[in-house]
Design a protein around this ligand. Structure first.
Ligand SMILES: [Zn+2]
Length: 256
């Protein structure tokens, strides 16, 4: 019976593909009924970072540099408090000019939340197996300003965060923990210093969860300079002491 159902499902899938062909996000090749989002060639070549297996990696270094810069701007007394090295991991790299850029563009600009959830589930499985991330108990997406979320209809980081929280099994997602108090310029065309100034002080903790977390995971779609995520880290540190670990995970990481 179940074999019959499976074959009926496959036939329906094949029929749907015939009427409305699905294409590979990265190369545009037509997908067959067994392929999801990427063709077998692009899936096999997906440039995984494997950063979930490396507590110290270039992405985490970049994030921690931003965090330390914030601390050095504070008074000496505050800067003395020991800030633990923050863990950070992305699922895959952006190579310049590569089609893999289309994965996060599809989620952010074209409303393709199905693709976002698919890649988020792969990320979640990697984080669940990882020593650094398996004990995460609270997942927090980087918030959009409410006017931008209203325009887009959803927050792409929250789409990823929901899947990651489910995949981590012992974690809850709290999309309203952070708020973006002011609308910031799109970061893509700004220099590193401009990016940092653009998001400085943009986030606040709005509503604390019912329980006191031990390990918070901040989620965004793409990691570039670390400016946005380190600002979220700073806002959380205003409320949570150094005994609470704050880590970062994204779908993509732009190469240095
Ligand atoms: Zn392809």
């Amino acid at each position: 019976m179940s074999a019959l159902l499976t074959s009926a499902k496959e036939s329906l899938g094949a029929l749907a593909d015939l009427l409305l062909p699905r294409t590979c996000l990265a190369c545009g090749r037509r997908l067959d009924v067994h392929e999801k989002q990427l063709c077998i060639y692009c899936k096999a070549d997906l440039p995984y970072t494997y950063y979930w297996t490396r507590p110290h990696n270039p992405m985490a270094d970049r994030l921690n540099e931003c965090i330390q810069r914030h601390l050095s701007e504070k008074t000496t007394e505050a800067a003395d408090s020991a800030e633990p090295y923050a863990y950070a991991a992305a699922l895959f790299f952006y190579k310049s000019g590569s089609g893999y850029r289309e994965i996060t563009k599809a989620l952010k600009y074209h409303g393709n939340t199905v693709a976002g959830r698919y890649f988020a589930s792969i990320l979640a499985a990697r984080l669940y197996e990882s020593e650094q991330f398996s004990d995460v108990d609270l997942v927090v997406p980087v918030p959009l300003h409410w006017t931008r979320q209203w325009q887009r209809g959803y927050n792409q980081a929250a789409v990823i965060a929901k899947v990651v929280a489910d995949g981590l099994k012992h974690a809850e997602m709290e999309p309203r923990l952070l708020r973006r108090g002011r609308r910031t310029k799109t970061q893509t065309k700004l220099s590193i210093d401009e990016k940092s100034r653009n998001v400085s002080g943009a986030f606040q903790v709005r509503k604390q969860p019912e329980f006191y977390p031990r390990h918070i995971l901040l989620i965004d779609d793409v990691f570039t300079t670390g400016a946005t995520l380190s600002e979220c880290h700073r806002a959380l540190r205003e409320v949570y002491g150094p005994e609470v670990r704050i880590s970062v995970a994204t779908l993509a990481c732009v190469g240095a």
